[in-house]
Structures are given as structure tokens and as C-alpha cells.
Design a protein around this ligand. Structure first.
Ligand code: FES
Ligand code: MG
Length: 589
């Protein structure tokens, strides 16, 4: 990795006559009275009048790491290097905390906090004197929350990922964070290990600082930030504990100052073409099913048209190139050493699957950043014409059960794919009967001891969408069974699941009218899921459903109630409806 060499020593020159946003606070020529008020309180940590009035770029560092957000905690160290980079390039750093989000321990869901962190960051970026911001990303929802805020406010912004943990090992075999958990639960459920062994077992997945070392939602969203041009090329995959990570933090600090001087904003980078690149890249690296939700949210805030259909049209035919858990064998360290995202983008560029001419944060195009950066480890990153799996992207399903749901095809077993997805000579629709679970609690209490399932059973998880379970719960499927849900699923799991069904049961979707034993037809080649009941019966049941109030879990906090009033569905990115009209705030405030 040669970030330093590439981003090196370019002199940064501001356009003559251009003043920065921060001058409205600290340039006392316009209003000395107000400047005095703005400035006075900053002196108390030792910053000087000279610095504040220097006209230099004032750069925010959005700190997402803390003791309760351990995935991102290493940013407390890294931000020091970011500061040094900012100083070196002629800027002044102002670190501030963001609302913490930790994926696995936040009850009821961490996604609930994505929009809350977004809202608070919009206020900080709009209300203070910042000219640009370095967003310290990592754990699943921290990255989209930051990118959504940058999209709305539109000040120059760049992501610095905390980086994945080092590889975990269990008895000599690679053990990934997240995936080791599902495996451990199986061993525990079958009585092969006891409580203590279970806790030992899962700890092997987390050997160092950093975010999950699998291609779960954290690795996915940070790779997508890079694919969108919002992070330095090659930066997303660097393991948290490697020295390159600190060097990258320094380079990122330097880069943001250059971005401010050049006035390179999120809206210049996150164009429709950049989102198309991200969708294609996501298929090639086997990204998480949370990616469509978050990318749609970011797109809406920056004002780019994007839909769930785009995921199928642009992504479903793309082959899987990255051999990383959960769809492959390796973890973050191999991914990094094989070349990281640039090596994947280089393959996609060669065959014309991505737009090479989109601008990225360092002022160069995607093509300039990635051309020729092919992998030197073909076990980990495969050539485009010799992939791990063909047609590996998401498919987008519709039908009488829902208007929109997503399926990640690269984690489905080969037998399943062969049978139901990819045999064009003999396309086969699956018919089975449903077993319905209302909410994750019911599912978890029953799923391990289900007597009456067979290979024609379809598990249906409802009441776990944004309204049903505030923020939308992640519920894991079962390896060999179709599972349909109005919630989400961890990016680290691998069952044939149809997810993010919208509208959810609690919003009047037809998942709510299903009864145990109802038959469904799942036709993946036709992208449809239909309820096999007559039209009259369907209308009858809908009438009955709409006459009753959906049994919602009560909101437990003020934010849960506000969230439920304001959110749209997973198929629309689960954004706050009212927030979308606020765009380009830095250009207005
Ligand atoms: Fe935070 Fe995986 S739980 S990165
Ligand atoms: Mg996750």
C-alpha cells in the first residue's frame, strides 16, 4: 500500500478571493461582536486567537469510538494521527463525539440509532464553523450514519475506517467475528460445548481492536464508502492493528484539507454513477444485505435517484470475486494483503462494469486510482473471468406477499442455487407451506426445536420491520430452508433468506395475513413470491387485517416513538421522511 507516495506532497492552493465557511464565525472584519462571542469559549483549551483567526480550514473529526462502541474504539488513537495530518496540511482539527452505535449490544436494534446519529451529526456539521469533516467509521451503522449526514450537509467530507480486526483462529482454522458466533451457538445447542467453552469459543473471533473481520456489514459499508469515492483508495481493508492504519489516518487528515481548499464536496463524488459502481462492487465482494438499505438512504439524502430494482439490474449478474467469509473462506488480513477493494475495482474496470471517470476524494478518478491494481493473491481475489461464483449479486423480488424484498444469492448453498436460481433450462419454482413467527423472541424460543418442519417449510418472520421492532431486527435464518422476513439479517449469516420485505406486516403488508400452513410460490428466476390463495380470500383477509390494530410492541423511549412516526420502509432506505427535503445545508447556512 502506497497511500503516502500517492497522496504525497502536493501543494495546496486556495482559489484567490475564496473565503471558507468558517470565516463567517472567525473573521472579525464582518462582525467583531459576534466573532468575539464565537471565539471566546474556544480559548479555554489553549487554542489561540491567531489560530482561530488564521483563515485556515477548520476540520471536524467525527469521533464514533468510545468504551461502549468498542468496534470503533481504536479511533481514539487514530484520531491523533488524523489531527497531525490536518495540521501538516495547514488545517486546524476539532474532534467531537457522535452518538455511539454498537451493532450487537444495542437494544432493541442498532439501526434505530443510525437515523439518530445522522440527525445529531447534521446539526453539528450545520450549526458549527466546520469547513470539512473526517468521519471515523467502522461498526455497521456508523458508516451509513456519517455518510448520510455528509450527504445532507454537503461540506467536504472523507471517511476513515477503523479497519477490521486481525484474523481469529480456532484450533488452527480461521474464525471470523460474527460467523464464529453462529457456529458456537450451534455447538452449544447440540450440547457439544458447555457455557464456559461457548464463551471461550466466541472470543477467538475477536483477537484485536477493529471491526468484524468478515465481509459483514462493517467491512461492506466501508468498502462501499471507498467505492463511492468517499475514502482514500485502498483504505477500507487495512486491518485496524496494522501500522498502515495509522499512516492512512495521517493521509486522510491531509486529504481533507486539500478537499476543503479544492471545494470537493460529497455531491461532487456521490453521483448516480458512483452509486452504480458501489452496487456492482458490492456484488463482486459479496457484501451484506444491509447495504441496499444504507445505500438507498445515502442516495436520498444527497438527492440521487436509486431504487431496489437497481440492485438487481446492475448487480445480480456480477460474479463473486472475493473469497472472504461469510460467502468464502478468508478474513480481513488476506483481503487486505490481496489488494483490498482496488484489486476488485481493477477487475471490474477492465471489463467495463464500473464507471472509471467518476471523481473520488483525492481528486483523481476511480480509474486513475485502481487501474492495474490487480490482486497478487488469486486465492483471495479472483479474476473476473474465473470467479468463485457467477451471477452472485442480490436479486430483487416482488409479488403478492410484498412489493419489495432482497435476496443475497452468493451465500446460498450450491444445491439450492442450482435447483431454484440458476438453471435456465429447467427453471424451477419452489412451493412450500409457511410457519409463521411473530417477532424475534417467538422465533428464537421455538426455532431450535421445531417438530413439524420439512424441506418444504418456509419460515416467515414478521413483526421485525422498522415499525414492528423499532429499527428493524436482525434475525438469522436456517441453512437449508427458505426464510422470508420483514426485518434484516446479519451480514455474516448464510441462509437462503428473503429479507427486508416491504411493506412490513406492521405497515399493512401481506406478511400480516399469513397463517401457518398457507402455501407460497417462490419463483426466483421470475423474481416473484406469491401467496397461493384465491383473490377473494386474499381481499377478505386484508379487510380483516386492516380492521384490527397491528399488535405493536410499545415504544420504550421517546426516540422509538418519533422514529416510528417518521420512518419509511426498508425498501426506501428506512430514512426519516421529513429529513429528505433538507439538502445542501452547508451551501445555505
Ligand atoms: Fe461492530 Fe461487527 S459488531 S463491527
Ligand atoms: Mg452485523
Amino acid at each position: 500500500l502506497s497511500l503516502a507516495a500517492e497522496n504525497g506532497t502536493k501543494a495546496i492552493i486556495r482559489q484567490p478571493g475564496r473565503t471558507l465557511r468558517s470565516s463567517a464565525w472567525f473573521d472579525c472584519r464582518s462582525d467583531p461582536g459576534m466573532t468575539a462571542i464565537y471565539m471566546e469559549r474556544y480559548f479555554n483549551y489553549g487554542i489561540t486567537r491567531e489560530e482561530l483567526m488564521s483563515g485556515k480550514p477548520m476540520i471536524g473529526i467525527a469521533q464514533t469510538g468510545s468504551d461502549i462502541a468498542p468496534c470503533n474504539r481504536h479511533h481514539i488513537e487514530l484520531s491523533k494521527r488524523v489531527r497531525e495530518g490536518i495540521r501538516t496540511a495547514g488545517g486546524i482539527a476539532f474532534e467531537f463525539p457522535t452518538h455511539p452505535i454498537q451493532e450487537t449490544s444495542r437494544r432493541p436494534t442498532a439501526t434505530l440509532d443510525r437515523n439518530l446519529a445522522y440527525l445529531s451529526m447534521v446539526e453539528v456539521l450545520t450549526g458549527y464553523f466546520l469547513d470539512g469533516v473526517v468521519m471515523l467509521t467502522g461498526c455497521d451503522k456508523t458508516t451509513p450514519a456519517c455518510l448520510m449526514a455528509a450527504a445532507t450537509v454537503n461540506i467536504p467530507a472523507i471517511c476513515l475506517n477503523v479497519g477490521p480486526m486481525l484474523n481469529g483462529y480456532s484450533e488452527g482454522a480461521l474464525a471470523g467475528a460474527g460467523t464464529v458466533l453462529w457456529k458456537g451457538r450451534e455447538l452449544y445447542a447440540t450440547g457439544e460445548i458447555d457455557d464456559g467453552e461457548f464463551m471461550d469459543y466466541i472470543s477467538r473471533g475477536t483477537p484485536s481492536v477493529g471491526h468484524c473481520n468478515t465481509m459483514g456489514t462493517a467491512s461492506t459499508m466501508n468498502a462501499l464508502a471507498e467505492a463511492l469515492g468517499m475514502a482514500l483508495p485502498g483504505s477500507a481493508a487495512i486491518p485496524a492493528a496494522y501500522r498502515h492504519r495509522g499512516q492512512c489516518a495521517y493521509e486522510t487528515g491531509k486529504q481533507i484539507v486539500e478537499m476543503v481548499e479544492s471545494d470537493r464536496k460529497p455531491s461532487d463524488l456521490m453521483t448516480r454513477e458512483a452509486f452504480e459502481n458501489a452496487i456492482v462492487a458490492n456484488a463482486a465482494f459479496g457484501g451484506s444485505t444491509n447495504a441496499p438499505i444504507h445505500l438507498l438512504a445515502i442516495a436520498q439524502h444527497v438527492g440521487v435517484e436509486l431504487s431496489m430494482d437497481d440492485w438487481d439490474t446492475l448487480g445480480s449478474q456480477i460474479p463473486l470475486l472475493l473469497n472472504m467469509m461469510p460467502s468464502g473462506e478468508y478474513l480481513g488480513e488476506e483481503y487486505f494483503r490481496a489488494g483490498g477493494l482496488p484489486a476488485i475495482m481493477a477487475e471490474l474496470l477492465d471489463v467495463g462494469k464500473i464507471h472509471g471517470d467518476v471523481l473520488t476524494c483525492n481528486g483523481k478518478t476511480m480509474a486513475q486510482n485502481v487501474r492495474g491494481k490487480h490482486s497478487w493473491d488469486r486465492r483471495v481475489i479472483r479474476p473476473y473471468d474465473d470467479p468463485l461464483m457467477k451471477e452472485a449479486g442480490f436479486i430483487h423480488l416482488k409479488g403478492t406477499l410484498f412489493d419489495s424484498a432482497i435476496m443475497k444469492t452468493c451465500v446460498i448453498s450450491p444445491a439450492f442455487r442450482e435447483r431454484y436460481l440458476s438453471n435456465p433450462e429447467d427453471p424451477m419454482a419452489f412451493e412450500g407451506s409457511v410457519m409463521v413467527f411473530d417477532g424475534p423472541e417467538e422465533y428464537h424460543s421455538k426455532v431450535e426445536h421445531l417438530p413439524e418442519i420439512d424441506d418444504k417449510t418456509i419460515l416467515v418472520m414478521r413483526g421485525v420491520g422498522p415499525l414492528g421492532y423499532p429499527g428493524a431486527a436482525e434475525v438469522q435464518g436456517v441453512d437449508a430452508l427458505f426464510c422470508i422476513g420483514d426485518g434484516r439479517q446479519s451480514g455474516t449469516s448464510g441462509s437462503p433468506s428473503i429479507l427486508n420485505a416491504s411493506p412490513e406486516a406492521a405497515a399493512g403488508g401481506n406478511l400480516a395475513i399469513l397463517r401457518n400452513g398457507d402455501k407460497l410460490r417462490i419463483d426466483l428466476p421470475k423474481r416473484r413470491v406469491d401467496i397461493l390463495i384465491s383473490d377473494e380470500e386474499l381481499q377478505e383477509r386484508r379487510k380483516e387485517m386492516l380492521s384490527k390494530e397491528y399488535p405493536l410492541v410499545p415504544s420504550a423511549t421517546p426516540w422509538q416513538e418519533i422514529f416510528r412516526q417518521e420512518t419509511n420502509q426498508l425498501s426506501d432506505g428506512m430514512v426519516l421522511r421529513k429529513a429528505v427535503k433538507y439538502q445542501r445545508l452547508a451551501q445555505q447556512n
